[in-house]
Design a protein around this ligand. Structure first.
Ligand SMILES: Cc1cc2nc3c(=O)[nH]c(=O)nc-3n(C[C@H](O)[C@H](O)[C@H](O)COP(=O)(O)O)c2cc1C
Length: 362
């Protein structure tokens, strides 16, 4: 009886031992072969990292160059390119993206919104904090934040609008990452930005110095809430097609090169035709504390109407005199065009106080 009980007990014990062994083997296999289990474990370990470790990681992320890893996620939007034009933008709080949307609607172009591989959190852009990520990046010209969704190629595009917010007077470093990732040597690039108040100029210079661009057009800064009409007004002045190219005028004033957009009238057309024969140099003198005026080599057709000038207006006076206005005046004369993207103070400084020699060309 005792032996029988002993045998039964031994059998049960053996069954239990085998069951335990089998289960533990099964677990072992699960741990080594299941990625899921490993991942869970490593993410738990990650969560347990100390705060200082996390800070170090952030530092690495800031200076981390583009990795080949991100290329595998490249967006292929070059299929079926529209108008050979691409509107690219990076926008953290949506202002620049709104301008980009207006542009894509106006141009029918493709749109590409750059996303950071490590997204910018609200804390990352708290510019009041010297140590926030955006400030650290802007303080270091070599930082190239990785892009989460790089496009495979820009070969199908001739024209690239490039939009960004101004961060500490410049383009965010992720824009530099984008620029250095492609060949722009045969592209027309047109920067645009939004900002609280800073101009686009420093970023335009940075872009010019950073990469070779076939033709970098003058950019435009917009305030955050700029309307589609504001964007259209600018877009219509761009020399992107033959018609607009003809309607541009170059002015060289005391060594400063300016461009102007000509009016759509017979006077401006006649001036354009005249300039096809060669550049025209006009000696201009100051008049009335609001304009510089000089004689054209020949008269142009008049389209006189009562106009109140604004700084930058180029006016045909009595058919034979050309004037550049740096202040307001109301008179009956013909508008020939307007100097692009110039403020009154800047124009006054370029024109100086006295006489000035201006060379006009197409
Ligand atoms: C880190 C940081 C720096 C900024 N620096 C400037 C600046 O130097 N000048 C300026 O006018 N606005 C500055 N701004 C304001 C932004 O340019 C402005 O809010 C812009 O419209 C944001 O565009 P987004 O919504 O496309 O990101 C800065 C904003 C941030 C977050």
């Amino acid at each position: 009886m005792k032996t029988k009980f002993f045998n039964k007990a031994m059998f049960l014990l053996m069954v239990c031992v085998c069951a335990v062994l089998l289960t533990s083997c099964g677990n072992k296999d699960g741990n080594t072969s299941s990625g899921q289990t490993e991942t869970t474990r490593s993410s738990t370990q990650q969560e347990q990292k100390s705060e200082s470790d996390k800070k170090d990681e952030t530092k690495e992320d800031i200076s981390a160059p583009e990795t080949s890893d991100t290329n595998s996620k490249a967006e292929d939007i070059t299929e079926g390119t529209k108008n050979n034009t691409l509107v690219v933008c990076f926008s953290r709080t949506g202002n620049t993206e709104k301008i980009a949307k207006h542009l894509t609607e106006l141009t029918g172009a493709d749109e590409y919104v750059i996303e950071a591989a490590v997204p910018y959190t609200d804390d990352d852009i708290k510019y009041q904090d010297d140590n926030c990520r955006a400030n650290q990046e802007q303080n270091d010209k070599t930082v190239r934040p990785a892009i989460a969704n790089p496009i495979a190629s820009i070969d199908g595009y001739d024209t690239v609008f490039l939009g960004y917010p101004i961060w500490w007077g410049q383009e965010p470093r992720i824009i530099d990452t984008f620029l250095e990732s492609y060949d722009f040597s045969d592209k027309t690039v047109i920067p645009f930005c939004t900002s609280g108040s800073s101009s686009i100029e420093t970023s335009e210079r940075n872009i010019k110095e950073l990469v070779t661009i076939g033709n970098q057009l003058e950019g435009r800064r917009f305030p955050a809430g700029a309307s589609k009409d504001d964007v259209k007004e600018w877009y219509d002045t761009l020399p992107l097609n033959e018609e607009n190219k003809d309607m541009k005028l170059k002015l060289s004033v005391n060594g400063t090169e300016l461009t102007a957009t000509l009016e759509d009238n017979s006077s401006a057309q006649a001036l354009t035709e005249l300039l096809k024969q060669g550049d025209i140099t006009v000696d201009m003198s100051d008049y009335g504390g609001f304009e510089k005026v000089g004689d054209l080599p020949q008269s142009l057709p008049r389209n006189d109407e009562r106009i109140t000038t604004v700084p930058g207006d180029i006016i045909l006076y009595e058919g034979s005199k050309i004037t550049i206005y740096y202040a307001e005046n109301t008179w009956n004369f013909t508008k020939l065009g307007h100097i692009d993207n110039i403020q009154q103070e800047e124009l006054k400084a370029i024109l100086s106080d006295g006489d000035v020699t201006v060379t006009l060309s197409n």
